[in-house]
Design a protein. Structure first.
Length: 122
């Protein structure tokens, strides 16, 4: 089930969870390395009501198991934005534009080191 409101486009999908729990799948733009995935797992995992967080660098997504009686998906998405990551429509393969993270973003800051240094001068 895709969650969409007039003010917020579909930025995550809800999936069946275990009894008393729900699961959301969020597509995340700006993942570059294992430090990024660790940052997300730690920040979201510390939220009251979140039970399990698994971030896939390969698929640019996070699976988050949470208790809907204690936390809402909007709060989880807000935390992802607060630590410097953007969410995008989970039905799309990749975000429509990949933008360089701003230096003020609290993401890992690995982008400049991970891109190729070309053209090389002799």
């Amino acid at each position: 089930m895709t969650t969409q409101t007039r003010d917020h486009p579909a930025l995550w999908t809800e999936e069946p969870g275990t009894e008393g729990h729900a699961r959301m799948r969020a597509r995340i733009a700006g993942l570059h390395c294992s430090l990024c995935t660790g940052t997300i797992e730690k920040a979201v995992g510390r939220l009251d009501g979140v039970d399990k967080v698994a971030v896939s660098l390969t698929h640019d997504q996070a699976l988050i198991d949470y208790e809907p009686s204690r936390i809402r998906p909007e709060e989880i998405a807000g935390t992802l934005r607060d630590i410097g990551y953007d969410l995008y429509d989970p039905r799309k393969l990749r975000p429509s534009t990949r933008r360089k993270p701003s230096w003020s973003a609290r993401g890992c800051g690995c982008w400049p080191r991970s891109r190729p240094a070309w053209p090389r001068s002799a």
